[in-house]
Design a protein around this ligand. Structure first.
Ligand SMILES: [Zn+2]
Length: 168
């Protein structure tokens, strides 16, 4: 009798220690406590990065609390600062929600974006909503910080050398 052969389609996800290394220094007091699995996806996606809480079954089997998935093509083509900003964005989705009955206990959840808006609305109506004003404040705060301490941006070559050193 002939043996049945099943061929699986390729899996485009791969765990990435490179992404994890970039994330480590930007973890905060909360995200430090989450068990995060970093994946690169080698396929065109609508997103550059994604952060999701895992199911209880997945948690039981793997110990992970979150998956952070980064688009590989994008990751390979951008500067270290862009990688850090993208990862910082994904990490900002992580939140620990205490239960009402017992605040000592809680669960991991996914935080929504502070703002969802079209450029055209802001162009026409300015800070029509508090979320737009807060985004403007954030940008102003970054710009004033920028003048004071921001060092000269690194060249791609300097970054590659730095990345190489970090890998060794
Ligand atoms: Zn997001």
């Amino acid at each position: 009798m002939e043996e049945l052969e099943l061929k699986l389609k390729p899996n485009h996800f791969k765990q990435s220690s490179d992404v994890e290394k970039v994330a480590k220094p930007i973890l905060n007091d909360v995200t430090k406590l989450a068990n995060i699995c970093y994946l690169l996806i080698d396929k065109d996606t609508k997103y550059l990065g994604k952060c999701c809480v895992v199911s209880k079954e997945f948690k039981l089997l793997t110990g992970y609390d979150y998956l952070i998935i980064i688009q590989k093509g994008y990751w390979k083509s951008v500067t270290l600062k862009q990688k850090q900003a993208l990862l910082f964005h994904e990490l900002e989705h992580i939140i620990f929600k205490p239960t009402v009955a017992d605040p000592g206990m809680g669960s991991w959840a996914c935080r929504r974006h502070d703002i969802e808006e079209f450029n055209s609305v802001v162009k026409r109506f300015g800070q029509w909503d508090i979320s737009v004003s807060l985004m403007e404040d954030a940008l102003d705060s970054y710009k004033s910080k920028d003048k004071k301490v921001e060092p000269k941006p690194k060249t791609r070559m300097e970054e590659l050398i730095e990345e190489q050193v970090n890998l060794n």
